[in-house]
Design a protein. Structure first.
Length: 436
């Protein structure tokens, strides 16, 4: 039996569109006209100013979102009728979830309206039930560049483009349609998506640009009030997630480049114990093979890679461009320099240490999240000895060593022989704690 008790004086959260009073039904309009306290953005308050009763207290929430729950509490404590004005559907990237988090759910009565995204889809006849909704209402982080980190305001959109065929985007004055178009171009997706931009919906100056190419949109300017629709026009790639052949990666030529061979890479990735949202460090990236495969295995996480060698850094960058992953950042430098700026990792791979191995291991273990894993590949006895001695001196770490030697078939006349690869020691360390 439902025992929920309806609050006798809930705060009404009312969705409003840009045609103002015309967008409100009779119930919502009655609540607004009888409200003692009205909270909303400056533009929405001005749009509905004639509907407010004389003496109603108005609070402009522009830049003051944190104050809204207290305004609501104060109004309810004084037994005043309170209304919060939101845009469109307050539960779709709107204020309602924030209020529900800071006030009890029973304190709210939500009256949703159409979302501007629904209206935009209706204007061009785009079905939206399978679309991914993304908000780029974030602090301005500048133009998007390949390899940007999760702190960038367009990061979520860049990841969603790889996983969804239709996207509905709530923009901001900084993260505008032209900037979104330039993101598509930077990620090599300019020919894969079409755009539509709906401006000033339900206003006299409404304009809907129904089919823009990112190349065209990148140089245009748009009205401040807009939403963006994106839909894929080429088949989405279906890449191999794990165990790519070595030949799939660009390598240094004519000498063999720095690449973790397929067999060793597969075992190393397995021992990293990656999750969908893992934060991964790739130290000594070489060609980028381990970090780039890790990025595919943790699409909700991020891989931070570092490589000191100029030629290999350039090659890893070429592989990144070809791999179609947006959750990978490549830095040039010599570890451990610069690692302080990276978030604590869930998993770390060391393919090269530049002579700082003991210091690097100690620093990484200190930064590893509980339950995290460090995996290292070595081909020399000296590095193996340094790694095991360093780990043995650190409390709270369990470690083991695996020697792996693979042999691959090679043609000889009309037959085949087995050619041995160099043996590799895989040193695995696990920081205790965390989930199994």
């Amino acid at each position: 039996m439902d025992t929920t008790v309806q609050d006798p004086n809930p705060c009404r959260v009312i969705g409003v569109l840009d045609d103002g009073v015309a967008s409100l039904n009779a119930t919502a309009l009655a609540y607004l006209r009888n409200a003692d306290v009205v909270i909303g953005g400056a533009r929405t308050l001005a749009l509905l100013a004639r509907e407010l009763r004389p003496g109603a207290v108005q609070h402009d929430l522009t830049g003051k979102l944190k104050a809204v729950p207290e305004w609501v509490r104060a109004a309810r404590a004084d037994h005043l009728a309170c209304v919060v004005l939101a845009t469109g559907d307050p539960l779709c990237h709107g204020i309602a979830p924030y209020l529900a988090q800071h006030l009890c759910v029973q304190a709210l009565d939500i009256l949703p309206n159409l979302s501007t995204l629904q209206l935009a889809c209706a204007r061009i006849g785009l079905a939206w039930q399978d679309a991914r909704i993304v908000s780029v209402h974030a602090k301005d982080a500048g133009e998007w560049a390949r390899g940007s980190t999760p702190e960038h305001g367009l990061y979520g959109l860049a990841q969603a483009l790889r996983r969804h065929a239709r996207l509905l985007v709530l923009t901001s004055p900084d993260n505008s349609p032209d900037r979104i178009a330039r993101l598509l171009l930077a990620e090599g997706l300019g020919d894969d998506f079409h755009m539509a931009v709906a401006e000033n919906l339900l206003q006299p100056e409404e304009r809907v640009l129904a089919e823009l190419s990112p190349q065209d949109a990148a140089g245009m300017r748009f009205a401040a009030l807009n939403v963006v629709l994106l839909w894929r026009v080429t088949p989405a790639p279906r890449p191999v997630q794990f165990g790519l052949a070595d030949a799939e990666f660009v390598q240094r030529q004519p000498e063999k480049g720095l690449i973790t061979k397929q067999e060793v890479r597969a075992v190393s990735l397995a021992r990293l114990q990656l999750r969908l949202d893992s934060v991964v460090w790739d130290i000594g990236a070489g060609s980028g093979s381990v970090g780039l495969e890790a990025a595919r295995l943790c699409p909700q996480g991020h891989v931070y890679a570092i490589e000191k060698n100029d030629a290999d850094f350039a090659i890893a960058g070429r592989n990144h461009a070809a791999f179609g992953v947006g959750n990978y950042s490549l830095h040039q430098g010599k570890a451990p320099e610069g690692l302080d700026a990276w978030p604590d990792p869930d998993a770390v791979f060391i393919g090269g240490s530049g002579g700082e191995l003991a210091t690097l291991i100690a620093m990484i273990v200190a930064r590893l999240r509980p339950g995290g894993n460090l995996v290292m590949n070595f081909v020399t006895l000296e590095n193996l000895a340094t790694a095991t001695a360093t780990l043995d001196a650190i409390e709270g770490v369990a470690w083991d060593v695996l020697q792996l030697q693979a042999a691959r078939s090679k043609p000889i006349l009309h037959m085949h022989r087995m050619a041995a690869e160099n043996p590799v020691w895989i040193v695995c360390a696990h920081r205790e704690g965390g989930e199994a």
